[in-house]
Design a protein around this ligand. Structure first.
Ligand code: SAH
Ligand code: SF4
Length: 362
């Protein structure tokens, strides 16, 4: 069995080279080849000796998951369907904006947590992604975009807001994060890599200790009664525990606030009373609110709050001195918006392929 080097962080790779009887600095060279130059072929790594290249070819590989669908949206957002094995595919979404470009990555195929408004949750849990499958989404995106735009390192920000709950897969998420931050790999700033969690408290503590990056918490409800219903993990880690974990996280976080994501569900969590409760919560932890218009999917059973309702919710927060932004919905015409990702459905693959074919044809 050849070792896949794609998901190994600097320490793991140094260990690998040591076991081969090579100097640990080889790890740095190979990291740069793989992640900065997008090179997956050892034969092309010209600053390694021929003997070492042969040794690597015999014992290792650089294997990224395959991109089997590429769907462009009207607004420049682009969704890639990433096949991770015969039975599973996940989705990554590329979101270009002026001055930055964000890649939204998946950390699991499916999700076990089953939040009531989320398409990924509805599909159930299939498996954790490996670190190479996670970082492979960035590797591939840079390759595709770099080739197309004749520029490397196109992506400036990464958010773990695709499919899955990253805090339930930290064994693989942490090495992927370390690669994203490593100057010999992607060199992203900690402030520009955001992990989003529905509130898995032990995971938040572990991330804080092992690899603190920007943190977003999917709040969605300002009291336990409603949050128990919308985000079932709240029954295990209720708001008081979540707020305490946020405050512990802030001690080591690269930003001095937590982003509270709040999906706006018409008539469910969007009243003025909810907004006042949300403002009160903001007095217990340094945070900013990010209101997300609910993105519908078939049989979700929810409706998006009206723009007026969203505005008055935001106003209550602002008057209480809380910073609040409203997320612009991107890519919803291709089901690439928050909560619409459900990668593994077979006929979706065919649909993506159709779009791709249509696009490349003259
Ligand atoms: N599991 C993690 C990260 C993935 S979800 C988490 O829950 O935070 C990324 C964001 O999309 C979360 O804030 C999630 O609550 C939100 N989301 C899920 N379904 C949505 C939907 N249908 N419309 C809008 N946002 C949604
Ligand atoms: Fe899982 Fe996040 Fe969706 Fe909840 S919102 S089901 S935690 S992916």
């Amino acid at each position: 069995m050849k070792k896949n080097l794609l998901g190994m962080d600097a320490e793991a790779l140094a260990g690998f080279f040591e076991a081969l009887g090579e100097k640990p600095f080889r790890a740095r060279q190979v990291l740069r080849w793989i992640h900065q130059l997008g090179q997956g072929d050892f034969a092309a790594m010209s600053d390694l000796s021929k003997a070492l290249r042969d040794k690597l070819a015999a014992s290792a590989c650089v294997a990224a998951p395959q991109i089997v669908g590429d769907t462009p949206a009207e607004d420049g957002t682009r969704k890639w369907l990433v096949k991770v094995d015969g039975a599973n595919a996940v989705e990554s979404v590329f979101i270009p904006e002026t001055g930055r470009a964000t890649l939204c990555v998946s950390s699991q195929a499916g999700c076990v947590l089953d939040c009531s408004f989320c398409a990924t949750g509805k599909q159930g849990f299939n498996r954790n992604l490996t670190s190479s499958e996670i970082v492979g989404q960035l590797w591939f995106a840079n390759r595709i975009l770099g080739v197309e735009r004749k520029a490397d390192r196109v992506i400036s920000n990464v958010v773990f807001m695709g499919m899955g709950e990253p805090m339930l897969n930290l064994d693989h998420v942490i090495p992927a994060l370390r690669l994203m931050l490593d100057d010999n790999a992607y060199g992203l700033s900690r402030r520009r890599v955001t992990v989003s969690t529905s509130g898995v408290v032990p995971g938040m503590d572990r991330l804080r200790d092992e690899c603190p990056v920007a943190l977003a918490v999917s709040l969605h409800a300002p009291n336990d009664k409603l949050r128990d219903e919308l985000v079932p993990i709240n029954r295990k880690y209720p708001l008081a525990e979540l707020v305490a974990a946020c405050n512990r996280y802030l001690e080591k976080a690269p930003r001095d606030f937590i982003t509270f994501e709040y999906v706006m569900l018409d008539g469910v969590n969007d009243s003025e009373a909810h907004a006042r409760e949300a403002a009160a919560l903001a007095r217990r932890v340094r945070c900013k609110y990010n209101l997300i218009p609910f993105n519908p999917f078939s049989q979700s059973g929810y409706r998006r709050s009206s723009p007026e309702r969203m505005r008055s919710f935001a106003q209550v927060l602002q008057r209480a001195g809380v910073t609040v932004t409203t997320r612009k919905t991107r890519g919803d015409d291709i089901a690439a918006a928050c909560g619409q990702l459900a990668g593994d459905v077979a006929d979706r693959t065919r649909r993506s392929r159709r779009v791709l074919l249509k696009e490349v044809r003259p």
